[in-house]
Design a protein. Structure first.
Length: 315
């Protein structure tokens, strides 16, 4: 009996030792496998996703580790892009503000010297006011652009009458058009409820209309037309003025860009950029067609919705 008991105890001890050894080996192998997975994930070894590990949990771990690395890299890339955007924005803003600030500084010095006639002093004050107005308008535009670009302002498109939005935008530029004897004619159209943010869409259309007024001939006419297409509804604004060279068509929607043929006109190159940005944020876009010395047409495209405002005619 004693011998049998001793053998049994020895067998149990051996079994325990074997179990402990296998457990340690399993833990060690699992640790090593996890370590390899993490190393490969950090090295962006995509092959590990298709490599057979023989263990479902390790395969899942490999996939999750890879996704974590990819997510981290994406966030780093986004941070880098945002940093570049901010730096570019600051550089552009600084460049655009130099001219009006220099003008204000110069006219202030001349006024302080005091050796001016009343007419000259009045003229310099008017020029200072114009430069100040340009700075104010520029700052207002820059704030809007920066908030839209960074997502600080989120557009809230709703199905609403596009006719009402158009007429509000036209109303906002009537005074400026009247000063130059320009008529704004809105063609008759069947109103439609389109998905758009009314406030910001009105801003976009107003910028395009202001642009049309600025570059139209005095006493001319600006035409506004609406056309419903299969997928989009197009709102067109046409003026007959200086026109835009074809080589500038793809540039005029860039921030602060101003063509060579508009150097004698006031502006900062923000209006069209803001209009295009607003439309992009709500699934639309803006296009231009022009012939130098004859006409320019800006077409704003809104994605159609199933809802239509039947029975409303805009004149």
């Amino acid at each position: 009996m004693t011998i049998i008991l001793a053998v049994a105890l020895a067998a149990v001890a051996l079994a325990c030792a074997v179990v402990i050894f296998l457990c340690r080996k399993y833990v060690r192998d699992t640790y090593n496998a996890i370590d390899r997975v993490l190393d490969r994930a950090m090295q962006q070894d995509r092959a590990m996703l298709t490599e057979t590990t023989g263990e479902d949990r390790l395969s899942k771990l490999a996939y999750k580790a890879h996704r974590l690395v990819e997510t981290g890299q994406l966030k780093l890339a986004q941070v880098g892009e945002e940093k570049d955007t901010v730096q570019s924005f600051i550089a552009d803003m600084s460049h655009q503000m130099k001219t009006p600030l220099a003008a204000i500084y110069m006219y202030t010095d001349l006024l302080l010297e005091g050796d001016l006639s009343q007419a000259e002093a009045g003229e310099f004050l008017l020029r200072m006011k114009a430069a100040t107005e340009k700075l104010r308008w520029m700052m207002d535009g820059l704030i809007k652009v920066s908030r839209l670009e960074t997502g600080a302002i989120q557009l809230a498109p709703v199905a609403a009458s596009i006719g009402a939005t158009i007429h509000e935008a036209v109303k906002g530029v009537l005074a400026a058009a009247g000063q130059r004897g320009i008529d704004i004619v809105v063609d008759d159209f069947e109103d439609t409820a389109l998905l758009h943010d009314r406030k910001w869409t009105r801003e976009a259309l107003s910028n395009i209309l202001e642009n049309a007024v600025k570059y139209s001939r005095e006493g001319g006419t600006i035409g506004v037309a609406v056309e419903r297409l299969p997928l989009y509804t197009k709102v067109s604004v046409t003026n007959h003025g200086i026109g835009i060279p074809k080589e500038d068509w793809h540039l005029i929607f860039k921030r602060f860009y101003r063509g060579q043929n508009v150097k004698d006109y006031e502006g900062a190159g923000l209006g069209l950029y803001l209009a295009a940005l607003v439309m992009e944020k709500q699934g639309g876009y803006v296009m231009v067609d022009s012939k130098v010395g004859e006409f320019t047409t800006f077409s704003v495209f809104f994605a159609n919705t199933e809802t239509s405002a039947n029975g409303m005619n805009c004149n």
